[in-house]
Design a protein around this ligand. Structure first.
Ligand SMILES: Cc1cc2nc3c(=O)[nH]c(=O)nc-3n(C[C@H](O)[C@H](O)[C@H](O)COP(=O)(O)OP(=O)(O)OC[C@H]3O[C@@H](n4cnc5c(N)ncnc54)[C@H](O)[C@@H]3O)c2cc1C
Length: 386
């Protein structure tokens, strides 16, 4: 099944038509999600044995890139569901079935979200400010605050993690699990009012003793960096699919820039289109060359994950490098598209104005610029001396 079959032109166009309204009204993309679910898009990673198309990360990245050309905020939020189902797929491909229930539940229509980010936690996955308290039945209760939970109006399963401080002789242990929508012990705040990516409705989730049963606790890891396959799987899916979204955003900005340049006419040059202006042509070429360097990088990294390629200690640099290149290239391309499009793009409601706001979110997602450069420098130069 190709991305065009999973996400047909007509559906893509309807999603594109709704994007401006969601952004203007700060509304969740309910209609998009309903249509994407009906089209089987949320089952992308579900194997044929469970009724899905059984696609891999490369195909998922192509699909997400395509979706983001229509609606970046919808694509970004859908990413969170695809990350969890993708993690289950990546682990299964490596002989680890600990998340097979995720693919089974996705096959039944459950929607997964990613509730990992915490305010002021720059250790990201390697420590947590949320407390995970063991319960007598082998489950845990979680207390803490998760920020930026995309899909908050719609998820039915939320992946979270927290720290059991007493475990491992007091060194602490990071415990991962899924809560169900409607179970007691969590609140979703009505606090999403941001510059861009407004339709993602990535609200704050307050965990107040949220209970996860023993059979939905899927990993317990030591505090600090470690090489558990779960960490690789999360990084591989998160960074690649995030890069796909921002690649699609940049691709769309270039298309809009080209269309606008062809439409605008120059009084000075006797009414000829700006597409004939050498300075404008230079900018369009610069944006196109930047995008051309990004597409194969996205494709190659995703294909290598599918092919179980062994990049050893270069895996993380490759993944964070892709994310940074995609988000930064998209920013530059949106900027160039705005420069060639002129003042019309400064008006509220213009597509480039929305893309300009949406693309800024790229710099906040992990790995941010500082952390990514640190990862790559460590891989090449070794860690900093004490
Ligand atoms: C559009 C969008 C969607 C996202 N979707 C998801 C998602 O679905 N799931 C997910 O897990 N993550 C998601 N993220 C979160 C993202 O990955 C980052 O974790 C997030 O952007 C925080 O970035 P930061 O570290 O720069 O913020 P921080 O600097 O940590 O700031 C975040 C908030 O915490 C407050 N804060 C900072 N330090 C402290 C402190 N010491 N004590 C108390 N409060 C503090 C800040 O004032 C701010 O309000 C999303 C981000 C964006 C932009």
């Amino acid at each position: 099944m190709t991305p065009e079959q999973l996400l047909p032109d007509a559906l893509l166009e309807r999603i594109r038509q709704r994007a401006a309204g969601y952004d203007r009204d700060n509304a969740f993309f309910h209609e998009d999600l309903e249509e994407l679910a009906a089209a089987g898009y949320l089952k992308l990673f579900v194997p044929a044995s469970d009724g899905g198309p059984g696609l891999g990360l490369r195909a998922a990245a192509q699909c997400q890139r395509r979706l983001a050309t229509a609606a970046p905020a919808t694509a970004l939020a859908v990413n969170m569901h695809l990350v969890w189902t993708g993690v289950a797929y990546v682990l299964a491909a490596r002989g680890d079935d600990s998340l097979s229930f995720v693919l089974e539940e996705a096959a039944q229509g459950e929607v997964f979200a990613f509730g990992n980010s915490e305010a002021g936690n720059d250790s990201v996955l390697f420590d947590s400010r949320t407390i995970a308290a063991p319960a007598p039945d082998g489950g845990y209760t979680f207390t803490g605050t998760k920020i930026f939970t995309s899909l908050s109006p719609a998820w039915t399963r939320l992946g979270i993690f927290g720290k059991d401080p007493a475990a491992r002789d007091g060194a602490g242990e990071l415990v991962h699990g899924f809560i169900r929508r409607g179970s007691p012990g969590y609140r979703i705040l009505d606090d999403w009012d941001t510059l861009g990516m407004r339709a993602s409705q990535s609200a704050t989730t307050v965990l107040e003793g949220a209970a996860v049963p023993a059979d939905r606790i899927f990993r317990k890891l030591p505090v600090g960096p470690n090489a558990d396959p779960l960490i690789f799987a999360i990084f591989a899916c998160f960074e690649t699919l995030l890069a796909a979204v921002y690649t699609g955003l940049g691709e769309r900005a270039l298309t809009v820039g080209v269309e606008t340049a062809k439409r605008r006419t120059s009084f000075k040059n006797g009414g000829r289109s700006y597409a004939q202006d050498p300075d404008i042509r230079w900018k369009v070429a610069e944006a196109a060359m930047a995008m051309d360097a990004l597409y194969p990088q996205l494709d190659a990294v995703a294909a290598d994950v599918d092919a179980l390629a062994d990049h050893g200690s270069q895996w993380f640099p490759k993944l964070v490098g892709l994310k940074v290149n995609a988000t930064e290239t998209a920013r530059r391309v949106v900027d160039l598209a705005i420069r060639v499009s002129g003042g019309s793009s400064y008006f509220r409601g213009s597509e480039l104005e929305r893309l300009y706001r949406d693309v800024l979110a790229g710099m906040f997602h992990p790995s941010d610029d500082e952390s990514a450069h640190n990862t790559v420098a460590n891989a090449w130069l070794g860690p900093l001396e004490e």
